[in-house]
Design a protein around this ligand. Sequence first.
Ligand SMILES: [Mg+2]
Length: 480
Amino acid sequence: MLSLPLRYEAAMVLSGAGDALGYKNGSWEFCHNGKDILKELKSLGGIKALNVKLPEWMVSDDTVMHLATAEALTEKSGKNCDKGELYKTIAEKYKACMKDMGGRAPGMTCSNSVHDLKPNRSKWEDGCRIDFNHRGGGCGAAMRAMCIGLRYPREEDLPDLLAVSIESGRMTHHHPTGYLGSLAAALFTAYAIQGIPPKKWGAGLMGVLPQAKKYIIEQDFYVKENLEAWDYFEDRWRKYLKKKELLDGTKDPKPDKLKEDERDKFYKELSFSGWGGSSGHDAPMIAYDAILQSGKKWKELCKRAMFHGGDSDSTGVIAACCYGAMYGYEGVPEGNYKNLEYHDRLVKQSYLLYELAYGSEHKEGVSGEKEQRTEEEKGKTKTQGKPMDEGDPVNKDNNSSNTEDYQSQKDDDQVKKSKVDDEQDENQSEEKYEVQIEKDEVQSEETGKVQSANDEVPSQKDEIPVDTEQKATLEEGTPV
Ligand SMILES: [Mg+2]
């Protein structure tokens, strides 16, 4: 069984990989034809041949803002921390991270809203909240919220997960379609950590929405506007789950057997404006659909969540995070994540999030997988476990026995991982949903059509073609 710390690490690191793969320095995020993306992928040697690193594979705004959320949580969400202080820190991080958006195509709604945040006001409500925005239904809140599920992973943490995902979400996307996307991304990640089967996640979300509505009413801030705009998110999710026969979460998902162009069409149907995954409701929905259809097959997940004609970095960042939270790095080619930009920052945050969520319990031996380890393994940890090396991304302040356990578990998992990789490769051809994109002749990066970071990419989503411009917009009550 994979250790929880490793799943935390994979969740954070693969979220960045999913973002970078879907983004491809802008050229794949803004490509509207999944077939063209898969054709180019083939020319690059397939997913196994991809070395996701700078300068060809920058992470986009999704990962920069996800890291900002995570770094705020790990600074200010400890036991004695006040929520107001946390919200101020999130707002500070969102403002600061805007300096790191060159070439990463941030959304217009995020950029504009962050500008208005004033975290230095004494009351957080005065500086960390913005007016209701009738056009704030984009996916910018959803794409950065998965780490909230890692911080608050358990059922009893739900009130915290709900409040933090909504308040951080509506710092930029004060519209239910926007911030409920944040709630969905955080909730699905928490479900993945809990080991809840994906077929139950959609029904779980529907069960949590009344609590979210109650929270909004209790907060007494633009209640009327929020309630008037509330139904779109819920209706779209109910319609999707009904179509997939997942409303009660008991049936296994049916394989959809869609070809690339049919899948693009299906994602478009789910969308608000024709760009699948660009809104708060459909970014987590497409990620969820990809998870349901792919199971433990990374390559299939990539095809469905990162290589399609919609907003592929935002669906990729969510889907890949949940994959890592469930399966660790199983079946993921090392080149897809090992040299990823901000890899070490992501690893560090995963460790700190894990410590905040579970650390004290493990120290007390109350729960978690450490209990399941044998005395022999514990002995091994004492002799083989070593403090983090110089330059290790993990905070050296945490070089306690816990840190040693963590490192040791990672080492064990690494061995298991390579075995699983081999087995998975052998089994791949027998799987129902055959991945057709990887068995092509391997072409080296040097000869492949890898885009240089110097190539022109849109710096803002408002500079992209007209039909994709609506990413961050959703007008209240407008039918799809
Ligand atoms: Mg992006």
